[in-house]
Structures are given as structure tokens and as C-alpha cells.
Design a protein around this ligand. Structure first.
Ligand code: ES4
Ligand code: ZN
Length: 326
């Protein structure tokens, strides 16, 4: 339809994308074969049939084991390069991509293999596609603060390859303040900061308050629960903070896109952005997320233009590079 072509053709930045969440079954099979790793499934259909998650916990239980096929720097390169080619075809001109080093170092893959493979794909995207691509190192919040700090130390030799740090995985019982020292150190090293405040997680409003006051993040991933709290909405607006929303992902982990919340915040002037989160698992790359939200909430084409504009304003591009897109 026209809407699909319009959303695809709109130049946009993607700011909430987990590289490990772009692992399509076809590539999973190819990497398993290359690395001699046996898989439980033998066809793409069988793999997709296991994607029956209904919440964050059941999603993560599928998500982490799938990463075993990622072993070498070439594997990480191939994963990110496949994503960047798709993103380019989808109208993405700038991507700030999360990666989870601890999902790999915790099973014996060297940090260096992970970062060097991803970095190679990011550099290649700029030169071959004209897509600027940056990496955001995400700590897994269900691991300890000590392991997060050790991971940050391991990343420092690669400082210039990483634009910021984030926090993801299971939010239950793992509040932002658990990582206050790690994020303070990251800030001192000049990294931008963001954290997931997932939709409807226990303690959600309290976690959002912590990221704003204690951690002093530069962006919030999801974070749409602020809609319940006018004081937090005012604070996010005042600071011009971006919210990286992922409607199709929301529909899997909460059974709702949360379009009312996303659109209400957009109408109130919060810098709302639309992103794909884990597109290989949720079946929708970024433009499909724009379309899904537009159809659900009856958005105009002008609304989609505003969302794309927000994606550049909320990005961590230099003011000069950002101005090229606005
Ligand atoms: C994630 Cl949907 C979601 N929530 C938390 N952490 C994640 N990592 C990848 N996808
Ligand atoms: Zn996410």
C-alpha cells in the first residue's frame, strides 16, 4: 500500500535495535553449519514455531540460546551486515545498535571477537551503503554490577567504537540503581547513557524516576509508562529526552502495541521515536513498526514525518551531522 511505501521511503534513524535480535533463522542455520553446531530444528518454519513467547521472560528464554551459533568475529560481522543491508532497504540512514557482549563472553566468546566483527560491519555500512552505524554496549541487568563493571573495563580499549552504554534483559528485581556506579563511570568516560524501562514491568515508574534523577540518562528505551505521571512527562519534555518505542515488540511482550500511550506522548510533545527492537523475532523491521502504529492509531503521513524527525533529534549524532537530516 501507499503507507508501506511512504514509511519505507522516509529517511529515518533506528535507535532501539538489538543486533542479537536480528538473527534470522536462515542465518542461524548457515552459522550453525559453518561452526559445526547442532540445532534442535531443521527448517525455518520449525524455528519460527518456537517463537511462541507471551511476555519478556518467555521471549528471553528463546533469545539467549539462539546466540550459541555466534562464535567468531566473522559471525558477528555477518549478523550486523545482514541487518544493515535490510535497514538500508528499509529507509534507515543512521543506526545506533545495541549489542550484548555478556551474552557471548558468559559462554566463552572473547569480547574482542564480538566488538571487532560488529565494528567491521558498521564501517562497511558507511562506505558501501552510506548508512552511519554506531554501537551501544548493553549490560545484562540480570547479571551482577561487578560483571557489568568488568565488561565496561574490557570495552575501554575500544572506546572510539562505542557511542554509548545501555541496560537490557530481565528488569524484574534489577532496578537502574543496581548499576549506578557502572553508569557513573561510563559517563565519566564520555559515553552517552540509556536504559531500558520496559513496559508494565514491576516498579516501572520508580525505575523511570531512577534513570532520570540518579543515573541521568540521555535517552530512555521504551519508558512509555511515564504517561501515568505528569511530573515525569514534564521532566522528559524539559530535558528533550528521546523515548525509543517499539510498538510491535510491545504487542508480543505485553499483548498490546501501547499505541494510545505512544501517541498521547507524541501529541504532548515528548520526543517519541519508533524502532524495531528484535525484528527477527517480532517479524517487523522499523518501517513495518511505523506502519503498524499508523494503522492502529490512525496516524497521518505528517505524524510519520514527525516521528522520523524525532529519530534524528533523539539520536547521538553530532549536532552538525544531525542538522543534515533535519
Ligand atoms: C529485549 Cl524486548 C527486550 N527487553 C529486554 N531486553 C531485551 N534484549 C533484547 N530484547
Ligand atoms: Zn530493547
Amino acid at each position: 500500500t501507499d503507507l508501506v511505501a511512504f514509511a519505507t521511503g522516509l529517511p529515518k534513524a533506528e535507535l532501539h535495535l538489538h543486533l542479537e535480535g536480528t538473527l534470522e533463522p536462515e542465518l542461524k542455520f548457515a552459522l550453525a553449519a559453518r561452526n559445526g553446531i547442532p540445532l534442535d530444528q531443521t527448517s525455518v518454519e520449525e524455528v519460527k514455531a518456537t517463537y511462541d513467547f507471551t511476555d519478556l521472560t518467555s521471549f528471553l528464554a528463546i533469545y539467549y540460546p539462539a546466540m550459541n551459533v555466534l562464535q567468531t568475529a566473522d559471525d558477528f560481522h555477518d549478523l550486523a551486515w545482514a541487518y544493515l543491508q535490510r535497514a538500508h532497504a528499509d529507509g534507515v540512514v543512521h543506526a545506533e545498535m545495541f549489542f550484548d557482549p555478556q551474552a557471548h563472553t558468559s559462554r566463552g566468546v572473547p569480547f574482542e571477537a564480538v566488538i571487532s566483527g560488529y565494528r567491521r560491519a558498521a564501517v562497511r555500512a558507511q562506505s558501501e551503503l552510506g548508512v552511519s552505524a554506531e554501537l551501544i554496549l548493553c549490560f545484562l541487568r540480570d547479571f551482577s554490577a561487578e560483571y557489568a563493571m568488568a565488561t565496561l573495563m574490557e570495552a575501554l580499549p575500544y572506546r572510539s567504537w562505542i557511542v554509548g552504554v545501555g541496560l537490557d534483559s530481565d528488569e524484574r528485581g534489577n532496578p537502574p540503581e543496581k548499576f549506578a556506579a557502572v553508569f557513573a563511570r561510563a559517563k565519566a568516560e564520555g559515553f552517552f547513557l540509556t536504559m531500558h524501562c520496559d513496559i508494565d514491568q514491576p516498579g516501572s515508574i520508580d525505575h523511570i524516576r531512577q534513570v532520570l534523577t540518579e543515573i541521568q540518562v540521555d535517552r530512555i528505551d521504551h519508558g512509555t509508562n511515564i504517561v501515568e505521571n505528569p511530573e515525569l512527562v514534564a521532566l522528559v519534555k524539559e530535558r528533550g529526552l528521546g523515548l525509543t518505542c517499539c510498538p510491535v515488540s510491545n504487542s508480543f511482550v505485553t499483548e498490546q502495541m501501547k499505541s494510545d500511550e505512544i501517541v498521547a506522548l507524541m501529541r504532548e510533545g515528548v520526543r517519541v521515536t519508533i524502532n524495531s527492537d528484535d525484528p527477527a523475532y517480532f517479524g517487523a523491521y522499523v518501517s513495518a513498526n511505523y506502519v503498524a502504529l499508523a494503522e492502529q492509531a490512525d496516524l497521518s503521513l505528517a505524524d510519520l514525518v514527525l516521528l522520523a524527525q524525532n529519530s534524528f533529534e533523539a539520536s547521538w549524532l553530532t549536532p552538525r551531522r544531525r542538522a543534515e537530516y533535519l
